[in-house]
Design a protein around this ligand. Structure first.
Ligand SMILES: Cc1cc2nc3c(=O)[nH]c(=O)nc-3n(C[C@H](O)[C@H](O)[C@H](O)COP(=O)(O)O)c2cc1C
Ligand code: SF4
Length: 599
Protein backbone atom coordinates (compact mmCIF):
# COMPACT_ATOMS: atom_id res chain seq x y z
CA UNK A 1 0.00 0.00 0.00
CA UNK A 2 1.29 3.47 -0.91
CA UNK A 3 2.18 5.71 2.05
CA UNK A 4 -0.52 8.25 1.14
CA UNK A 5 -3.15 5.49 0.94
CA UNK A 6 -2.12 4.15 4.33
CA UNK A 7 -2.36 7.65 5.86
CA UNK A 8 -5.77 8.14 4.33
CA UNK A 9 -6.99 4.81 5.64
CA UNK A 10 -5.75 5.74 9.12
CA UNK A 11 -7.65 9.04 8.88
CA UNK A 12 -10.81 7.23 7.75
CA UNK A 13 -10.63 4.79 10.65
CA UNK A 14 -10.21 7.71 13.05
CA UNK A 15 -13.35 9.33 11.56
CA UNK A 16 -15.31 6.10 11.93
CA UNK A 17 -14.23 5.73 15.54
CA UNK A 18 -15.00 9.36 16.36
CA UNK A 19 -18.51 8.63 15.11
CA UNK A 20 -18.76 5.51 17.31
CA UNK A 21 -18.99 3.25 14.22
CA UNK A 22 -22.67 4.20 14.21
CA UNK A 23 -24.43 3.48 10.86
CA UNK A 24 -26.89 6.27 11.75
CA UNK A 25 -23.98 8.66 11.40
CA UNK A 26 -23.11 7.38 7.93
CA UNK A 27 -23.97 10.65 6.19
CA UNK A 28 -21.82 12.58 8.68
CA UNK A 29 -19.01 10.04 8.23
CA UNK A 30 -19.19 10.42 4.45
CA UNK A 31 -18.93 14.20 4.77
CA UNK A 32 -15.86 13.89 6.95
CA UNK A 33 -14.36 11.22 4.68
CA UNK A 34 -14.87 13.49 1.68
CA UNK A 35 -13.15 16.36 3.51
CA UNK A 36 -10.09 14.15 3.91
CA UNK A 37 -10.14 12.27 0.58
CA UNK A 38 -11.74 14.90 -1.75
CA UNK A 39 -14.31 12.37 -3.02
CA UNK A 40 -16.00 9.10 -2.10
CA UNK A 41 -13.83 6.76 -4.12
CA UNK A 42 -14.36 2.96 -4.29
CA UNK A 43 -11.44 2.68 -1.82
CA UNK A 44 -13.23 4.95 0.66
CA UNK A 45 -16.38 2.85 0.28
CA UNK A 46 -14.36 -0.34 0.82
CA UNK A 47 -12.74 0.95 4.04
CA UNK A 48 -16.06 2.22 5.43
CA UNK A 49 -17.80 -1.04 4.51
CA UNK A 50 -15.12 -3.18 6.11
CA UNK A 51 -14.79 -1.11 9.29
CA UNK A 52 -18.50 -0.50 9.82
CA UNK A 53 -19.69 -3.93 8.70
CA UNK A 54 -21.94 -2.39 6.04
CA UNK A 55 -22.49 -3.65 2.48
CA UNK A 56 -20.78 -1.33 -0.04
CA UNK A 57 -24.11 -0.94 -1.86
CA UNK A 58 -25.62 0.63 1.27
CA UNK A 59 -22.79 3.18 1.42
CA UNK A 60 -22.90 3.90 -2.32
CA UNK A 61 -26.67 4.42 -2.17
CA UNK A 62 -26.19 7.20 0.40
CA UNK A 63 -23.21 8.77 -1.37
CA UNK A 64 -25.06 8.83 -4.69
CA UNK A 65 -28.27 10.30 -3.30
CA UNK A 66 -26.78 13.61 -2.13
CA UNK A 67 -25.67 16.30 -4.57
CA UNK A 68 -22.74 17.44 -2.40
CA UNK A 69 -21.21 14.00 -1.99
CA UNK A 70 -19.04 13.12 -4.95
CA UNK A 71 -18.65 9.58 -6.22
CA UNK A 72 -16.37 10.81 -8.99
CA UNK A 73 -13.34 13.08 -8.65
CA UNK A 74 -14.13 16.77 -8.45
CA UNK A 75 -11.73 19.69 -8.53
CA UNK A 76 -9.75 20.71 -5.45
CA UNK A 77 -11.78 23.89 -5.84
CA UNK A 78 -15.44 23.00 -6.37
CA UNK A 79 -17.32 26.05 -7.56
CA UNK A 80 -21.11 26.00 -7.68
CA UNK A 81 -23.28 28.89 -8.86
CA UNK A 82 -26.66 29.27 -7.14
CA UNK A 83 -29.31 28.79 -9.82
CA UNK A 84 -32.37 30.32 -8.24
CA UNK A 85 -34.40 32.67 -10.44
CA UNK A 86 -33.39 35.70 -8.31
CA UNK A 87 -29.69 34.85 -8.84
CA UNK A 88 -30.43 34.67 -12.58
CA UNK A 89 -32.17 38.04 -12.44
CA UNK A 90 -29.02 39.45 -10.85
CA UNK A 91 -26.91 38.16 -13.75
CA UNK A 92 -25.63 34.80 -12.43
CA UNK A 93 -25.66 33.01 -15.79
CA UNK A 94 -23.45 35.60 -17.49
CA UNK A 95 -21.03 35.38 -14.55
CA UNK A 96 -21.10 31.58 -14.70
CA UNK A 97 -20.29 31.64 -18.41
CA UNK A 98 -17.57 34.22 -17.82
CA UNK A 99 -15.92 32.04 -15.19
CA UNK A 100 -16.28 28.87 -17.29
CA UNK A 101 -14.59 30.67 -20.18
CA UNK A 102 -11.77 31.99 -18.04
CA UNK A 103 -11.14 28.58 -16.52
CA UNK A 104 -11.67 26.90 -19.92
CA UNK A 105 -14.26 24.52 -18.47
CA UNK A 106 -17.68 23.24 -19.39
CA UNK A 107 -20.40 22.88 -16.68
CA UNK A 108 -19.70 19.78 -14.60
CA UNK A 109 -16.23 19.35 -16.08
CA UNK A 110 -13.10 18.96 -13.94
CA UNK A 111 -9.94 20.63 -15.24
CA UNK A 112 -7.33 18.19 -16.61
CA UNK A 113 -5.02 18.87 -13.67
CA UNK A 114 -7.87 18.10 -11.24
CA UNK A 115 -7.66 21.62 -9.84
CA UNK A 116 -11.13 23.02 -10.37
CA UNK A 117 -14.68 22.16 -11.38
CA UNK A 118 -17.62 24.47 -11.98
CA UNK A 119 -21.36 23.83 -12.10
CA UNK A 120 -24.79 25.10 -11.12
CA UNK A 121 -26.59 24.17 -7.91
CA UNK A 122 -30.09 24.73 -6.51
CA UNK A 123 -30.83 27.93 -4.54
CA UNK A 124 -28.17 28.49 -1.84
CA UNK A 125 -30.38 30.70 0.35
CA UNK A 126 -28.52 33.96 -0.34
CA UNK A 127 -31.21 35.55 -2.54
CA UNK A 128 -30.97 38.90 -0.73
CA UNK A 129 -27.29 39.22 -1.68
CA UNK A 130 -26.97 37.29 -4.92
CA UNK A 131 -25.58 36.28 -7.28
CA UNK A 132 -24.07 33.76 -4.91
CA UNK A 133 -21.68 30.88 -5.29
CA UNK A 134 -20.31 28.09 -3.11
CA UNK A 135 -16.61 27.32 -3.18
CA UNK A 136 -15.99 24.04 -1.37
CA UNK A 137 -19.28 24.70 0.43
CA UNK A 138 -18.28 28.20 1.56
CA UNK A 139 -20.77 30.84 0.44
CA UNK A 140 -19.56 33.90 -1.46
CA UNK A 141 -22.20 36.51 -2.21
CA UNK A 142 -22.58 39.64 -4.36
CA UNK A 143 -20.63 38.19 -7.26
CA UNK A 144 -19.43 40.61 -9.95
CA UNK A 145 -17.31 40.14 -13.09
CA UNK A 146 -14.36 41.54 -11.13
CA UNK A 147 -14.84 39.07 -8.31
CA UNK A 148 -15.03 36.24 -10.87
CA UNK A 149 -11.67 37.34 -12.26
CA UNK A 150 -10.15 37.55 -8.79
CA UNK A 151 -11.41 34.08 -7.89
CA UNK A 152 -10.00 32.63 -11.12
CA UNK A 153 -6.60 34.06 -10.17
CA UNK A 154 -6.79 32.67 -6.63
CA UNK A 155 -7.71 29.25 -8.00
CA UNK A 156 -4.94 29.26 -10.60
CA UNK A 157 -2.49 30.36 -7.89
CA UNK A 158 -3.72 27.43 -5.73
CA UNK A 159 -4.26 29.85 -2.83
CA UNK A 160 -5.88 27.95 0.07
CA UNK A 161 -9.46 29.03 0.76
CA UNK A 162 -8.44 30.12 4.26
CA UNK A 163 -6.24 32.80 2.69
CA UNK A 164 -8.89 34.26 0.40
CA UNK A 165 -10.09 37.80 1.33
CA UNK A 166 -12.30 37.50 4.42
CA UNK A 167 -14.89 39.94 3.06
CA UNK A 168 -15.75 37.46 0.28
CA UNK A 169 -17.33 35.25 2.92
CA UNK A 170 -19.33 37.90 4.73
CA UNK A 171 -23.00 36.97 4.84
CA UNK A 172 -25.24 39.88 5.81
CA UNK A 173 -28.42 39.58 7.87
CA UNK A 174 -30.28 42.38 6.06
CA UNK A 175 -32.98 42.72 8.72
CA UNK A 176 -35.24 45.47 7.34
CA UNK A 177 -38.27 45.22 9.61
CA UNK A 178 -38.08 43.76 13.08
CA UNK A 179 -41.08 42.90 15.24
CA UNK A 180 -41.63 40.67 18.24
CA UNK A 181 -38.94 38.14 17.34
CA UNK A 182 -36.22 40.00 15.47
CA UNK A 183 -36.73 43.16 17.53
CA UNK A 184 -36.77 41.76 21.06
CA UNK A 185 -33.96 41.04 23.50
CA UNK A 186 -33.18 37.50 24.61
CA UNK A 187 -32.14 36.72 28.16
CA UNK A 188 -30.69 33.20 28.17
CA UNK A 189 -32.70 30.88 30.39
CA UNK A 190 -35.79 33.11 30.84
CA UNK A 191 -37.96 31.00 28.57
CA UNK A 192 -36.80 27.78 30.19
CA UNK A 193 -37.50 29.11 33.69
CA UNK A 194 -40.96 30.19 32.56
CA UNK A 195 -41.62 26.78 30.97
CA UNK A 196 -40.44 24.97 34.11
CA UNK A 197 -42.71 27.13 36.26
CA UNK A 198 -45.66 26.12 34.07
CA UNK A 199 -44.78 22.42 33.89
CA UNK A 200 -45.05 20.33 30.69
CA UNK A 201 -48.86 20.22 30.75
CA UNK A 202 -49.00 23.96 31.38
CA UNK A 203 -46.69 24.57 28.41
CA UNK A 204 -48.87 22.39 26.19
CA UNK A 205 -51.90 24.41 27.28
CA UNK A 206 -50.11 27.70 26.50
CA UNK A 207 -49.01 26.50 23.06
CA UNK A 208 -52.58 25.50 22.23
CA UNK A 209 -53.98 28.72 23.64
CA UNK A 210 -51.48 30.66 21.49
CA UNK A 211 -52.71 28.74 18.44
CA UNK A 212 -49.08 28.70 17.33
CA UNK A 213 -48.84 27.18 13.84
CA UNK A 214 -45.72 25.74 12.25
CA UNK A 215 -43.67 28.09 10.09
CA UNK A 216 -42.24 25.34 7.86
CA UNK A 217 -45.10 25.50 5.36
CA UNK A 218 -47.98 23.23 6.33
CA UNK A 219 -49.04 25.39 9.28
CA UNK A 220 -49.82 22.47 11.57
CA UNK A 221 -50.73 23.46 15.15
CA UNK A 222 -47.58 23.14 17.25
CA UNK A 223 -49.37 22.39 20.55
CA UNK A 224 -51.36 19.52 19.02
CA UNK A 225 -48.23 18.02 17.48
CA UNK A 226 -46.29 18.31 20.74
CA UNK A 227 -49.14 16.77 22.71
CA UNK A 228 -49.37 13.80 20.32
CA UNK A 229 -45.64 13.20 20.79
CA UNK A 230 -45.85 13.52 24.58
CA UNK A 231 -48.75 11.06 24.72
CA UNK A 232 -47.16 8.52 22.36
CA UNK A 233 -46.05 5.30 24.08
CA UNK A 234 -42.36 4.90 24.98
CA UNK A 235 -39.74 6.53 27.18
CA UNK A 236 -37.44 8.03 24.53
CA UNK A 237 -38.49 11.05 22.45
CA UNK A 238 -36.70 13.43 20.14
CA UNK A 239 -36.93 17.06 19.01
CA UNK A 240 -35.69 17.89 15.54
CA UNK A 241 -35.09 21.41 14.29
CA UNK A 242 -35.63 21.53 10.55
CA UNK A 243 -32.95 23.90 9.21
CA UNK A 244 -32.94 22.46 5.72
CA UNK A 245 -34.39 25.67 4.23
CA UNK A 246 -34.17 24.51 0.62
CA UNK A 247 -37.23 26.30 -0.74
CA UNK A 248 -35.99 28.71 -3.44
CA UNK A 249 -36.31 32.27 -2.23
CA UNK A 250 -36.28 31.50 1.51
CA UNK A 251 -33.42 32.61 3.76
CA UNK A 252 -35.00 33.60 7.10
CA UNK A 253 -33.71 30.48 8.91
CA UNK A 254 -30.19 31.37 7.79
CA UNK A 255 -30.47 34.69 9.68
CA UNK A 256 -32.07 33.08 12.73
CA UNK A 257 -29.21 30.58 12.90
CA UNK A 258 -26.57 33.21 12.23
CA UNK A 259 -27.72 35.85 14.74
CA UNK A 260 -30.38 34.23 16.95
CA UNK A 261 -28.96 30.73 17.48
CA UNK A 262 -29.26 30.89 21.27
CA UNK A 263 -33.02 31.36 20.92
CA UNK A 264 -33.31 28.50 18.46
CA UNK A 265 -31.51 26.15 20.86
CA UNK A 266 -33.44 27.37 23.90
CA UNK A 267 -36.66 26.98 21.89
CA UNK A 268 -35.65 23.37 21.20
CA UNK A 269 -35.00 22.84 24.91
CA UNK A 270 -38.40 24.29 25.85
CA UNK A 271 -39.96 21.96 23.26
CA UNK A 272 -37.99 19.05 24.75
CA UNK A 273 -39.24 19.91 28.24
CA UNK A 274 -42.80 20.08 26.93
CA UNK A 275 -42.80 16.69 25.21
CA UNK A 276 -40.29 14.94 27.49
CA UNK A 277 -37.50 14.55 24.92
CA UNK A 278 -33.97 13.60 25.90
CA UNK A 279 -32.17 14.54 22.72
CA UNK A 280 -32.43 17.00 19.87
CA UNK A 281 -31.00 17.30 16.39
CA UNK A 282 -30.46 20.39 14.34
CA UNK A 283 -30.56 19.32 10.68
CA UNK A 284 -28.48 21.99 8.96
CA UNK A 285 -28.51 22.32 5.19
CA UNK A 286 -25.05 21.94 3.70
CA UNK A 287 -25.29 25.37 2.08
CA UNK A 288 -25.18 26.80 5.63
CA UNK A 289 -22.17 24.76 6.66
CA UNK A 290 -20.30 28.00 7.23
CA UNK A 291 -22.43 28.42 10.39
CA UNK A 292 -21.40 25.08 11.91
CA UNK A 293 -18.44 26.36 13.96
CA UNK A 294 -20.39 29.24 15.54
CA UNK A 295 -23.35 26.96 16.28
CA UNK A 296 -21.09 24.47 18.08
CA UNK A 297 -19.63 27.34 20.13
CA UNK A 298 -23.17 28.45 21.07
CA UNK A 299 -24.04 24.90 22.16
CA UNK A 300 -20.90 24.70 24.30
CA UNK A 301 -21.78 28.04 25.92
CA UNK A 302 -25.29 26.85 26.73
CA UNK A 303 -23.92 23.63 28.24
CA UNK A 304 -21.64 25.74 30.44
CA UNK A 305 -24.67 27.84 31.48
CA UNK A 306 -26.60 24.67 32.43
CA UNK A 307 -29.15 25.42 29.71
CA UNK A 308 -28.24 22.10 28.08
CA UNK A 309 -26.91 18.83 29.44
CA UNK A 310 -27.99 17.15 32.68
CA UNK A 311 -30.28 18.61 35.35
CA UNK A 312 -30.94 21.65 33.18
CA UNK A 313 -31.64 24.84 35.20
CA UNK A 314 -31.10 22.74 38.32
CA UNK A 315 -34.16 20.55 37.65
CA UNK A 316 -33.22 16.95 38.58
CA UNK A 317 -33.76 14.58 35.66
CA UNK A 318 -34.26 17.33 33.06
CA UNK A 319 -31.60 16.08 30.65
CA UNK A 320 -31.37 17.22 27.07
CA UNK A 321 -28.66 17.90 24.56
CA UNK A 322 -28.45 18.85 20.90
CA UNK A 323 -26.44 17.37 18.06
CA UNK A 324 -25.96 19.06 14.70
CA UNK A 325 -26.31 16.96 11.56
CA UNK A 326 -25.29 18.27 8.16
CA UNK A 327 -27.45 17.71 5.14
CA UNK A 328 -25.71 17.24 1.82
CA UNK A 329 -27.64 19.07 -0.88
CA UNK A 330 -31.13 17.53 -1.23
CA UNK A 331 -34.21 19.76 -1.13
CA UNK A 332 -36.49 16.79 -0.41
CA UNK A 333 -34.74 16.33 2.97
CA UNK A 334 -36.75 19.33 4.21
CA UNK A 335 -39.81 17.04 4.12
CA UNK A 336 -39.91 15.82 7.70
CA UNK A 337 -39.92 12.06 7.13
CA UNK A 338 -37.17 12.32 4.48
CA UNK A 339 -35.24 14.43 6.97
CA UNK A 340 -35.54 11.67 9.57
CA UNK A 341 -34.31 9.08 7.06
CA UNK A 342 -31.34 11.36 6.38
CA UNK A 343 -30.71 11.77 10.13
CA UNK A 344 -30.56 8.00 10.32
CA UNK A 345 -27.78 7.98 7.72
CA UNK A 346 -29.90 6.87 4.77
CA UNK A 347 -30.90 8.40 1.43
CA UNK A 348 -33.49 11.08 2.22
CA UNK A 349 -36.62 9.52 0.75
CA UNK A 350 -39.98 10.44 2.29
CA UNK A 351 -41.51 7.64 4.35
CA UNK A 352 -44.92 6.12 3.87
CA UNK A 353 -47.21 7.65 6.48
CA UNK A 354 -48.83 6.76 8.83
CA UNK A 355 -47.11 6.19 11.17
CA UNK A 356 -46.33 9.87 11.60
CA UNK A 357 -43.09 11.08 13.22
CA UNK A 358 -44.92 12.06 16.42
CA UNK A 359 -45.42 8.36 17.13
CA UNK A 360 -42.63 6.79 15.08
CA UNK A 361 -39.89 9.18 14.00
CA UNK A 362 -36.13 9.09 14.55
CA UNK A 363 -35.07 5.54 15.41
CA UNK A 364 -38.75 4.59 15.47
CA UNK A 365 -39.33 6.79 18.53
CA UNK A 366 -41.84 9.65 18.96
CA UNK A 367 -40.31 12.75 17.37
CA UNK A 368 -41.40 16.34 16.87
CA UNK A 369 -39.97 18.04 13.78
CA UNK A 370 -40.28 21.81 13.87
CA UNK A 371 -39.08 24.65 11.69
CA UNK A 372 -36.37 26.98 13.04
CA UNK A 373 -38.79 29.93 13.26
CA UNK A 374 -41.46 27.81 15.00
CA UNK A 375 -38.97 26.98 17.75
CA UNK A 376 -38.18 30.67 18.24
CA UNK A 377 -41.93 31.24 18.54
CA UNK A 378 -42.20 28.45 21.13
CA UNK A 379 -39.76 30.48 23.21
CA UNK A 380 -41.97 33.58 22.92
CA UNK A 381 -45.02 31.64 24.05
CA UNK A 382 -43.08 30.28 27.05
CA UNK A 383 -42.07 33.79 28.13
CA UNK A 384 -45.22 35.76 27.37
CA UNK A 385 -47.97 33.15 27.51
CA UNK A 386 -50.56 31.98 25.02
CA UNK A 387 -53.12 34.73 25.69
CA UNK A 388 -50.60 37.46 24.84
CA UNK A 389 -49.46 35.62 21.73
CA UNK A 390 -53.00 34.99 20.53
CA UNK A 391 -53.64 38.73 20.52
CA UNK A 392 -51.25 39.30 17.61
CA UNK A 393 -51.84 38.60 13.94
CA UNK A 394 -55.19 37.20 12.76
CA UNK A 395 -57.61 34.70 14.29
CA UNK A 396 -56.30 31.70 12.36
CA UNK A 397 -52.73 32.96 12.03
CA UNK A 398 -51.48 34.28 15.34
CA UNK A 399 -48.20 36.05 15.98
CA UNK A 400 -45.74 37.40 13.48
CA UNK A 401 -44.19 35.96 10.34
CA UNK A 402 -40.72 36.54 8.98
CA UNK A 403 -40.69 37.05 5.23
CA UNK A 404 -37.59 36.70 3.05
CA UNK A 405 -37.88 39.37 0.37
CA UNK A 406 -35.80 39.18 -2.81
CA UNK A 407 -35.96 40.02 -6.51
CA UNK A 408 -36.85 43.33 -8.09
CA UNK A 409 -36.78 45.64 -5.08
CA UNK A 410 -34.55 48.28 -3.52
CA UNK A 411 -34.26 46.67 -0.08
CA UNK A 412 -34.14 42.87 -0.16
CA UNK A 413 -33.87 41.16 3.23
CA UNK A 414 -35.97 40.04 6.19
CA UNK A 415 -39.26 41.68 7.08
CA UNK A 416 -41.16 40.59 10.18
CA UNK A 417 -44.87 41.50 10.28
CA UNK A 418 -47.88 40.43 12.27
CA UNK A 419 -49.74 37.86 10.17
CA UNK A 420 -52.39 39.46 7.98
CA UNK A 421 -50.08 42.00 6.35
CA UNK A 422 -51.12 42.86 2.81
CA UNK A 423 -48.84 41.95 -0.07
CA UNK A 424 -48.99 45.60 -1.23
CA UNK A 425 -47.60 46.77 2.12
CA UNK A 426 -44.59 44.43 1.84
CA UNK A 427 -44.03 45.65 -1.73
CA UNK A 428 -44.14 49.26 -0.59
CA UNK A 429 -41.76 48.65 2.33
CA UNK A 430 -39.17 46.81 0.25
CA UNK A 431 -39.22 49.37 -2.56
CA UNK A 432 -40.52 47.01 -5.23
CA UNK A 433 -39.73 48.17 -8.77
CA UNK A 434 -42.83 48.14 -11.01
CA UNK A 435 -43.99 44.76 -9.69
CA UNK A 436 -46.18 42.59 -11.91
CA UNK A 437 -45.98 39.42 -9.82
CA UNK A 438 -44.93 38.03 -6.46
CA UNK A 439 -44.07 34.40 -5.88
CA UNK A 440 -45.05 33.74 -2.28
CA UNK A 441 -43.69 30.71 -0.39
CA UNK A 442 -41.08 29.72 -2.95
CA UNK A 443 -41.15 27.58 -6.06
CA UNK A 444 -43.84 25.34 -4.57
CA UNK A 445 -45.95 28.32 -3.48
CA UNK A 446 -48.39 30.75 -5.06
CA UNK A 447 -47.80 33.23 -7.87
CA UNK A 448 -49.79 36.42 -7.30
CA UNK A 449 -50.48 38.92 -10.06
CA UNK A 450 -50.87 42.68 -9.63
CA UNK A 451 -54.59 42.30 -9.19
CA UNK A 452 -54.01 40.21 -6.04
CA UNK A 453 -51.63 42.54 -4.22
CA UNK A 454 -54.43 43.44 -1.79
CA UNK A 455 -54.40 39.88 -0.41
CA UNK A 456 -53.01 39.07 3.03
CA UNK A 457 -50.16 36.85 4.17
CA UNK A 458 -51.99 34.47 6.50
CA UNK A 459 -52.95 30.80 6.54
CA UNK A 460 -56.55 31.76 5.75
CA UNK A 461 -55.56 33.75 2.64
CA UNK A 462 -52.02 33.44 1.22
CA UNK A 463 -50.06 30.97 3.34
CA UNK A 464 -46.30 31.38 3.31
CA UNK A 465 -43.31 29.45 4.55
CA UNK A 466 -41.38 32.68 4.14
CA UNK A 467 -40.29 33.39 0.56
CA UNK A 468 -41.45 36.54 -1.23
CA UNK A 469 -39.88 36.95 -4.68
CA UNK A 470 -40.74 40.17 -6.50
CA UNK A 471 -40.89 40.32 -10.32
CA UNK A 472 -40.86 43.66 -12.11
CA UNK A 473 -42.52 44.46 -15.40
CA UNK A 474 -39.51 43.52 -17.52
CA UNK A 475 -39.57 39.94 -16.24
CA UNK A 476 -40.82 37.02 -18.24
CA UNK A 477 -43.03 34.87 -16.00
CA UNK A 478 -42.72 31.90 -18.37
CA UNK A 479 -38.96 31.86 -17.65
CA UNK A 480 -39.64 32.04 -13.92
CA UNK A 481 -41.88 28.96 -14.16
CA UNK A 482 -39.32 27.19 -16.39
CA UNK A 483 -36.57 27.76 -13.82
CA UNK A 484 -38.81 26.20 -11.14
CA UNK A 485 -39.67 23.25 -13.44
CA UNK A 486 -35.97 22.45 -13.76
CA UNK A 487 -35.48 22.83 -10.02
CA UNK A 488 -38.13 20.20 -9.30
CA UNK A 489 -36.88 17.83 -12.01
CA UNK A 490 -33.43 18.06 -10.43
CA UNK A 491 -34.65 17.66 -6.86
CA UNK A 492 -37.21 14.85 -7.32
CA UNK A 493 -35.92 11.93 -5.25
CA UNK A 494 -37.21 9.44 -7.82
CA UNK A 495 -39.14 7.29 -5.33
CA UNK A 496 -42.56 7.58 -6.98
CA UNK A 497 -43.38 7.51 -10.69
CA UNK A 498 -45.75 10.51 -10.97
CA UNK A 499 -43.06 12.85 -9.68
CA UNK A 500 -39.97 11.14 -11.10
CA UNK A 501 -41.40 11.00 -14.62
CA UNK A 502 -43.74 13.97 -14.32
CA UNK A 503 -41.11 16.53 -13.28
CA UNK A 504 -38.83 15.44 -16.16
CA UNK A 505 -41.70 15.61 -18.69
CA UNK A 506 -42.74 19.04 -17.43
CA UNK A 507 -39.18 20.40 -17.70
CA UNK A 508 -38.93 19.02 -21.25
CA UNK A 509 -42.29 20.53 -22.24
CA UNK A 510 -41.21 23.92 -20.88
CA UNK A 511 -37.93 23.69 -22.82
CA UNK A 512 -39.82 22.79 -25.96
CA UNK A 513 -42.07 25.82 -25.57
CA UNK A 514 -39.01 28.00 -24.81
CA UNK A 515 -37.39 26.78 -28.05
CA UNK A 516 -40.44 28.01 -29.97
CA UNK A 517 -41.63 24.50 -30.80
CA UNK A 518 -44.57 24.33 -28.42
CA UNK A 519 -48.24 24.18 -29.41
CA UNK A 520 -51.61 24.08 -27.71
CA UNK A 521 -50.93 20.38 -27.15
CA UNK A 522 -48.01 21.16 -24.76
CA UNK A 523 -50.11 23.68 -22.85
CA UNK A 524 -52.83 21.06 -22.31
CA UNK A 525 -50.23 18.47 -21.42
CA UNK A 526 -48.78 20.74 -18.70
CA UNK A 527 -52.19 21.10 -17.10
CA UNK A 528 -52.84 17.35 -17.33
CA UNK A 529 -49.50 16.56 -15.68
CA UNK A 530 -50.23 19.12 -12.95
CA UNK A 531 -53.43 17.23 -12.09
CA UNK A 532 -51.73 13.82 -12.12
CA UNK A 533 -48.77 14.94 -9.99
CA UNK A 534 -50.89 16.96 -7.57
CA UNK A 535 -53.17 14.05 -6.83
CA UNK A 536 -50.88 11.03 -7.00
CA UNK A 537 -47.36 12.04 -5.95
CA UNK A 538 -46.09 10.52 -2.73
CA UNK A 539 -44.96 13.74 -1.03
CA UNK A 540 -45.35 17.50 -1.13
CA UNK A 541 -42.52 17.96 -3.61
CA UNK A 542 -44.34 16.24 -6.47
CA UNK A 543 -47.74 17.51 -5.34
CA UNK A 544 -46.65 21.15 -5.61
CA UNK A 545 -44.07 20.94 -8.40
CA UNK A 546 -46.42 22.39 -11.04
CA UNK A 547 -48.02 25.09 -8.88
CA UNK A 548 -46.03 27.89 -10.51
CA UNK A 549 -46.82 26.62 -14.01
CA UNK A 550 -50.50 26.34 -13.19
CA UNK A 551 -50.57 29.86 -11.74
CA UNK A 552 -48.56 31.50 -14.52
CA UNK A 553 -50.66 29.72 -17.15
CA UNK A 554 -53.77 31.32 -15.64
CA UNK A 555 -52.30 34.74 -14.85
CA UNK A 556 -49.55 35.28 -17.42
CA UNK A 557 -50.82 33.23 -20.36
CA UNK A 558 -49.47 35.59 -23.04
CA UNK A 559 -45.91 34.81 -21.89
CA UNK A 560 -46.58 31.21 -22.99
CA UNK A 561 -48.75 31.95 -26.03
CA UNK A 562 -46.32 34.24 -27.76
CA UNK A 563 -43.88 31.33 -27.97
CA UNK A 564 -46.37 28.86 -29.46
CA UNK A 565 -46.52 27.66 -33.04
CA UNK A 566 -49.85 28.02 -34.79
CA UNK A 567 -50.18 24.28 -35.36
CA UNK A 568 -51.92 21.56 -33.37
CA UNK A 569 -48.79 19.54 -32.64
CA UNK A 570 -45.08 19.66 -33.32
CA UNK A 571 -43.12 16.46 -32.59
CA UNK A 572 -40.53 16.77 -29.82
CA UNK A 573 -38.00 14.90 -31.97
CA UNK A 574 -36.93 16.79 -35.06
CA UNK A 575 -35.79 14.08 -37.53
CA UNK A 576 -34.59 16.52 -40.15
CA UNK A 577 -32.44 18.44 -37.64
CA UNK A 578 -31.00 15.19 -36.25
CA UNK A 579 -30.05 13.99 -39.73
CA UNK A 580 -28.73 17.29 -41.05
CA UNK A 581 -25.08 16.59 -40.16
CA UNK A 582 -25.13 13.10 -41.67
CA UNK A 583 -26.74 14.42 -44.82
CA UNK A 584 -24.03 17.01 -45.09
CA UNK A 585 -21.29 14.39 -44.61
CA UNK A 586 -22.74 11.87 -47.04
CA UNK A 587 -23.79 14.48 -49.54
CA UNK A 588 -27.26 12.90 -49.68
CA UNK A 589 -30.43 14.82 -49.14
CA UNK A 590 -33.04 12.51 -50.62
CA UNK A 591 -36.01 11.17 -48.67
CA UNK A 592 -34.47 7.66 -48.26
CA UNK A 593 -31.06 8.88 -47.04
CA UNK A 594 -31.55 7.66 -43.46
CA UNK A 595 -33.06 4.28 -44.46
CA UNK A 596 -29.93 2.83 -45.99
CA UNK A 597 -31.65 2.70 -49.41
CA UNK A 598 -29.60 3.55 -52.49
CA UNK A 599 -30.37 6.97 -53.89
C1 LIG B 1 -40.34 19.00 -0.33
C2 LIG B 1 -40.53 19.60 1.02
C3 LIG B 1 -39.54 20.41 1.55
C4 LIG B 1 -39.70 20.97 2.82
N1 LIG B 1 -38.71 21.77 3.29
C5 LIG B 1 -38.82 22.29 4.55
C6 LIG B 1 -37.77 23.08 5.09
O1 LIG B 1 -36.75 23.32 4.44
N2 LIG B 1 -37.94 23.57 6.35
C7 LIG B 1 -39.06 23.30 7.09
O2 LIG B 1 -39.16 23.73 8.24
N3 LIG B 1 -40.07 22.56 6.59
C8 LIG B 1 -39.96 22.04 5.36
N4 LIG B 1 -40.97 21.25 4.87
C9 LIG B 1 -42.13 20.97 5.75
C10 LIG B 1 -41.80 19.82 6.72
O3 LIG B 1 -42.17 18.59 6.12
C11 LIG B 1 -42.56 19.93 8.04
O4 LIG B 1 -43.90 20.13 7.77
C12 LIG B 1 -42.05 21.05 8.92
O5 LIG B 1 -40.67 20.94 9.17
C13 LIG B 1 -42.78 21.01 10.23
O6 LIG B 1 -42.38 22.07 11.04
P1 LIG B 1 -43.43 23.15 11.54
O7 LIG B 1 -44.56 22.39 12.17
O8 LIG B 1 -42.67 23.95 12.54
O9 LIG B 1 -43.86 23.94 10.37
C14 LIG B 1 -40.87 20.70 3.58
C15 LIG B 1 -41.87 19.91 3.03
C16 LIG B 1 -41.71 19.37 1.77
C17 LIG B 1 -42.81 18.52 1.22
S1 SF4 C 1 -43.13 13.12 -4.84
FE1 SF4 C 1 -41.07 13.29 -5.76
S2 SF4 C 1 -39.76 13.82 -4.06
FE2 SF4 C 1 -41.67 13.04 -3.17
S3 SF4 C 1 -41.35 10.85 -2.91
FE3 SF4 C 1 -42.20 11.07 -4.95
S4 SF4 C 1 -40.38 11.20 -6.29
FE4 SF4 C 1 -39.68 11.61 -4.21
Amino acid sequence: MEHADAEREKALIAIIEANARDPKRLLQILWQAQDVCDWISPQVVAVLGREMGLPPARIEAVAEFYAFLYTRPRGKYRILFSDNITDRMAGSIALFEHMAKRLKLRPGQVSDDGLVSIDLTSCTGMCDQGPAILVNNRAITRMTPRRVDEICELVRGRVPLADWPADYFKVEDNIRRADMLLGSAWVPGDALQAAIARGPQGMLAELKRANLRGRGGAGFTTGVKSEACRNAPGDVRYIVCNADEGEPGTFKDRVLLQSFAGRVFEGMTVAAYTVGACKGFLYLRAEYRYLLGALEVQLALMRAQKLLGTDICGVPGFNFDIEIHLGAGAYVCGEESALIESLEGKPGRPRIRPPFPVTSGYDGKPTVVNNVETLCKTLEVAINGGAWYEGLGTKQSTGTKIISVAGDCERPGLYEYPFGVRVAKVLEDCGARNPIAVQVSGASGICLSEREFGRRIAFEDVPSAGAFMVFGKTRDMFEVARNFAHFFAHESCGFCTPCRVGTALVANLMDKIAAGRGTQYEMNELLRLHQVMRTSSHCGLGQTACNAIFDTLQKFRPSYERRLKAVDFEPAFDLDAALAKTRELTGRDDANAHLGVEA
